[in-house]
Design a protein around this ligand. Sequence first.
Ligand code: GLA
Length: 387
Amino acid sequence: MLIAVAVIQSASDPPGIADALAPTPPMGWNDWNAFGCDVSAGLVQHTADLMVDNGMKAAGYRYVNIDDCWMLPHRNAAGDLVPDPVKFPGGIRAVADYVHARGLRLGIYEDAGTKTCEGYPGSLGHERQDAARFAAWGVDYLKYDNCHNAALTTRAQYLARYSAMREALKATGRAIVYSICEWGEQQPWTWAPGMAELWRTTHDIKDDYAHLLRNYTQNVDLHAFARPGAWNDPDMLEVGNGGMSTAEYRAEFSLWAVMAAPLLAGTDLRTISAADRAIYLNRQVIAVDQDAAGHQGVPVSREHGHWVVVKRLSNGDRAVVLFNAGDAPARFGTTAAAAGLPSAPGYLLTDLWSKATVVSAGDIRASVSPHSVVMYRVAVTLRRPTR
Ligand code: GLA
């Protein structure tokens, strides 16, 4: 006899296996950029509370992710990974329960080699056992790194190492978002869609403009490979960490959004300034990132470092980022036709940072300061052009 089982979940429940894992790019927080190895249950739980209190949860940030250095340097006698009892006195399960009780989800970190980048035990050859632990602890997201990879560096060996963990996660029966972190070494965009929900396309970001520009440039042309459930990941956000100007942080957030990148805050939410928090909370920019159609923006021009990136949105609007990557102010842009919009009496341009609106006859153009963006949402309108 067949028995139909209905699984009813409340909004705060962790996901079941039947949920689409990442229909839009994952949003959340990760400790690495701001804290390195200085991670602990206290920090993660405090951050979860802050995400509820400061509006980030309501704005869509959902994952609270633990990076490297959460475990002891050796497996136990049973071969299991052991959370560092000083950093995580109640283990990972207690942190997962805490985070889930606030309607958020927990992420963890491991490595597809013999050791993590910081020298803790890796999962190579232990995939089933480690995935089973993560599932038993209530983990919802795994970032899987590439250090100490035992010289298994051909593409076939990358595929084998990374698919072993995918299979192991699947075998747990728990829905766990799988984030491949092999830094773009073996063009994961060509093989990771369908295996992972997201994959890093670059080496590590740092809190400076040169790294922002490098990661952006390496990621922006990979738009053909992104789709709902499969996202290019140019690394976590540095907004708030102090090494860049507010304009540069707005540029980072806008470019990541137009590229449909994961939005993982990488800063200390206990001490973040109001100005930087406002960047993370810009709902209209978030809506561009999270648009249901799941297109990654396409660069339509880039001459002299004057980038124009256009993202087609599910309601037919276009998000247009004008990014001046250079060192001198410049006036540049595109047209509604080049952005793929149909002919119309006018085009309503909403500046997603200043909130100013203007009706254009077709020009999508602005004066852009160095290292800065102007970001528009453009809609067709019956209103007559005001410029
Ligand atoms: C690698 C990853 C980083 C971070 C560190 C942790 O460098 O790319 O994002 O996870 O390891 O050791």
